[in-house]
Structures are given as structure tokens and as C-alpha cells.
Design a protein around this ligand. Structure first.
Ligand code: PXG
Length: 446
């Protein structure tokens, strides 16, 4: 591994106190820290110099693998050339170039792009845009937002309001008013050990009709869902479910937003899940894989008609009072352009699609391992759900996570669900190692 020695020589901080770590059991971590100090292709380097196979593409973002030369160089060159330039009433070439490239990749007429810096910001942008769009068309009464149980849409107030994870909501008060939720689509009794999309569950989309009847559709601005729910443990949409949601939204003039922060940029073997499932929303939110995780960036894709609805007042007035200091940041744009080049030149989406059958078989080989109550998979994603230890939920998955790390494999867990989503440069030997190591650890689990 190039640069290996210098990376392992990274000095360790001797005071871990000041950093309030995100989504982490701070005190537990600081007693036994797991530090990463380097990375290349499919591997991290841990502080003690061990190579650790990245079974999760970082946090679902490093789709092209780590420290890819073209992306690294693009970032280095851009910092030196134009480190920062504002995009409020000014411009620089890169976000225009990037938006055009992205628009060409996006489905149908989702041909305009608004830039943010994270998935959370992309989601809040999309929700605000949906409400403002209806207002611009004279339907200011459409303000209600519909999310889904077990949905994750980041951690802004908009995102946690439409999100459906109680632990992410309960500490933060009343949240946004006028939000309702669809039921989630997972039922273990009907779906356990399904390969790909479950047959059962399309009818759950009809719950949207029930919410329309309750609130009246004329009050509803948008429905937001993850095409495949990632963070809550890989909940795969039942066959026909997304199409039904689309039809109901179209019937009632409600905007449909797909949150593709995880599914975008090749995770399912296509540019977007929208393409994979053959269902086109009105907006797509994305982040993560847009820059291969190298530099923070999020984006919202919107249909031409939505953009056009804003372009109707006097030309000297700002059309949307929304944006971030770093919307279309030059270094992030350079990283994104080089990332798109890397995906295309190495045909990484196609490559991951070709690995799918091997990946699926390997995942389901864990079916009869101790404590495994479900295995599910789609694209280059798999979840292994464990029976929680009595009285100690999450303990079993945490234990597997720590043991895998000790054996040189990074996995992710949420509750007692282990999620796997390696970089798309993954080879069969890596798939064998991921499921081999996890299988060994599960066999030894209490
Ligand atoms: N939407 C979706 C669908 C996501 O998965 C966000 C929005 C928020 O993105 P930012 O960039 O604001 O974090 C996400 C993020 C995990 C995990 O382990 C998942 C996410 C983030 C961190 C961990 O499942 N998803």
C-alpha cells in the first residue's frame, strides 16, 4: 500500500475528550478507541498498522474506493487554482459544468440541480423547495409533508420530522408541524430471507390514499421516501410498491421525492435507484457517492417544470431564498467531476451489477448461522439481522462489529442489523473475505 509507512506513523492524540463524536457512544469509544489513519482502494489502515477491509464504503459513500488518484489530483489542483468562490450573485465555471453532467445522468426531465453540502441539507432543501413550488403556482395551501416510519433523511429539523426513527426524534422537541408518516414496508414473517425485492407489501403504498383522505390531498406538498431504506437496516421495497406511490402522488398533484443519498451513484448497479426500479420521482436528493465521500457535497435534482415554476417573477428578483455559503464549492465540484469520470472510465456501476449474483449467494450463505433471523440484499447491499440478546438489544451486533474490526473487517450495524455495502471496486475475493469473516464471528457469538 503506497504511503503505508507514513500513514501508520500518524501521531495519536493523547486527549480524546474535546471531540463530541457524532452518533457515537462517546464514553465507550474513548475507553477503547478504534482509529483509522490511512486508506487506499478497498482498505483502511488502522492505527496499529493493520489493514482493514472496508465492508461499508466508509459510511456508504466511498463508492469508487479510497484515495483514487484522479479524484485526489483534481482536489489538489483545484485548491491551488481557486480555493473558494461565492455562488450568490457570482459564479465560477465548475458547478455549471457539474450540474450539466449530473442532469445528463438523471432520469427523464430531472435536469436542474441545486447544490448543498450533505444529505441532510439536500433533504431540507428539497422539502423547502416542494412547499415553495406549490406556493409559486398559487397552491400555498399545500404545506404538509409525508415521510415514512423507519425512514432516515438526515438530521436537520426537516429530515428528522419526515424521518421515522424515534431515537433520532425524541430528544428534539415538537419538530415540524404538519407532518405525517406512511407505514414502513418490512414484515419479517412475510419477507425473511428474500433475495431482492419481496413479493409481499405493495399494498402498503395505498396507505397514502388513507392519508390523502384524512388530510385532503390539497394540503399535501410532498412525499419523501428512500427507495431502499438504508440506515434502518436495509428495507427493500416490495415489488410494485414504488410504482404505486408514484401513481397516487401523480393522481393528487403531490410531489414525490426519492432520497437517494445511499442508493445514488451505483449502489444498485445504476446511476440512481429510480433507474433501477423504473420509477421516476419529481426530485432526487443525493450526497455521499457524488464526490466519493472525498469532499462534502449534497445535491437536489428537480424536474424542469419545478425549476420553471420559480422563474416567473421579475428577472431582477431572487427566485428562491435558500442556499449555503458552500453551495457549489469549487473543490467539491472538482471532486465530483473526477468522481463521475472514475465511475465512467472504470464502468463501476456495471461492474457492481455484474458482481450482484456472487454477492447475493455469499450473503445468503449466512442463513443458517447462529442468531441469524433474516438476510436481505439488493445491488451491492446486504443486511444480516440477528436475534437480539435477551434484555440487551444491539449487544450482539455491537459485539460482531468489534470482533470483525479486530479481524480486519469494517462492518456497520444499526440495532441488531448488520449492513454491508463495500466500494464498487470490490472483487470476489473481497466478498469471500467479508462474509467469511462475519460468518466466523457469528459462529463464535454468545
Ligand atoms: N438521507 C439518507 C437516505 C441517508 O442515508 C442522509 C440523508 C443524511 O446525509 P448526511 O450527509 O447529512 O449524513 C443519509 C445519511 C448508516 C449511516 O450507518 C447512514 C447515513 C449517515 C451515517 C451513517 O447507515 N446516511
Amino acid at each position: 500500500m503506497a504511503g503505508y509507512e507514513s500513514k501508520t506513523a500518524t501521531p495519536m492524540p493523547n486527549n480524546l475528550e474535546a471531540f463530541f463524536m457524532p452518533f457515537t457512544a462517546n464514553r465507550q469509544f474513548k475507553k477503547a478507541p478504534r482509529m483509522l489513519v490511512g486508506a487506499e482502494d478497498m482498505h483502511y489502515v488502522a492505527a496499529d498498522g493493520r489493514k482493514v477491509l472496508d465492508g461499508t464504503a466508509g459510511l456508504w459513500c466511498v463508492n469508487a474506493g479510497h484515495a483514487r488518484p484522479k479524484i485526489t489530483k483534481a482536489v489538489q489542483d483545484q485548491v491551488a487554482k481557486l480555493d473558494y468562490a461565492p455562488n450568490f450573485q457570482m459564479g465560477h465555471p465548475l458547478p455549471f459544468e457539474l450540474a450539466a453532467r449530473l442532469a445528463a445522468m438523471a432520469p427523464e426531465d430531472l435536469d436542474h440541480v441545486f447544490f448543498a453540502n450533505s444529505g441532510s441539507e439536500a433533504v431540507d432543501t428539497a422539502l423547502k423547495m416542494a412547499i415553495a413550488y406549490h406556493r409559486a403556482r398559487g397552491e400555498g395551501h399545500r404545506t404538509r409533508l409525508i415521510g415514512r416510519e423507519r425512514g432516515y433523511h438526515g438530521v436537520g429539523f426537516g429530515g428528522i420530522s419526515v424521518g421515522g426513527i424515534s431515537s433520532n426524534r425524541k430528544q428534539f422537541g415538537a419538530l415540524l408541524p404538519g407532518v405525517d408518516h406512511l407505514p414502513h414496508t418490512y414484515d419479517r414473517a412475510k419477507q425473511a430471507f428474500t433475495r431482492g425485492q419481496p413479493e409481499w407489501g405493495a399494498h402498503l403504498a395505498d396507505e397514502l390514499e388513507r392519508l390523502c383522505a384524512l388530510h385532503d390531498p390539497s394540503t399535501i406538498a410532498a412525499v419523501i421516501v428512500e427507495p431502499v431504506a438504508g440506515s434502518t437496516g436495509v428495507l427493500i421495497p416490495p415489488q410494485g410498491y414504488l410504482k404505486r406511490l408514484r401513481d397516487i402522488c401523480s393522481k393528487h398533484g403531490i410531489l414525490l421525492i426519492f432520497d437517494e443519498v445511499i442508493t445514488g451513484f451505483g449502489r444498485l448497479g445504476k446511476g440512481f435507484a429510480s433507474e433501477y426500479f423504473g420509477v421516476v420521482p419529481d426530485m432526487i436528493t443525493c450526497a455521499k457517492g457524488i464526490t466519493n465521500g472525498t469532499i462534502p457535497m449534497g445535491a437536489v435534482f428537480l424536474r424542469k417544470g419545478i425549476y420553471d415554476a420559480f422563474m416567473n417573477g421579475p428577472e431582477n428578483l431572487i427566485e428562491l431564498f435558500h442556499g449555503y455559503t458552500y453551495s457549489g464549492h469549487p473543490v467539491a465540484c472538482a471532486a465530483a467531476l473526477a468522481t463521475l469520470d472514475t465511475y465512467a472510465e472504470e464502468e463501476l456501476f456495471e461492474r457492481s451489477a455484474a458482481l450482484h449474483g456472487y454477492w447475493e449467494d455469499a450473503a445468503h450463505s449466512l442463513k443458517d448461522h447462529p442468531h441469524v433471523i433474516d438476510v436481505r440484499n439488493i445491488g451491492l447491499v446486504a443486511a444480516v439481522e440477528l436475534d437480539p440478546l435477551a434484555g440487551k438489544p444491539t449487544a450482539r451486533a455491537y459485539d460482531a462489529f468489534v470482533k470483525c474490526f479486530e479481524r480486519g473487517l469494517l462492518i456497520r450495524y444499526t440495532a441488531d442489523i448488520i449492513a454491508l455495502s463495500p466500494p464498487l471496486i470490490c472483487g470476489k475475493e473481497h466478498v469471500d473475505e467479508i462474509f467469511g469473516t462475519l460468518g466466523d464471528v457469528l459462529k463464535e457469538a454468545a
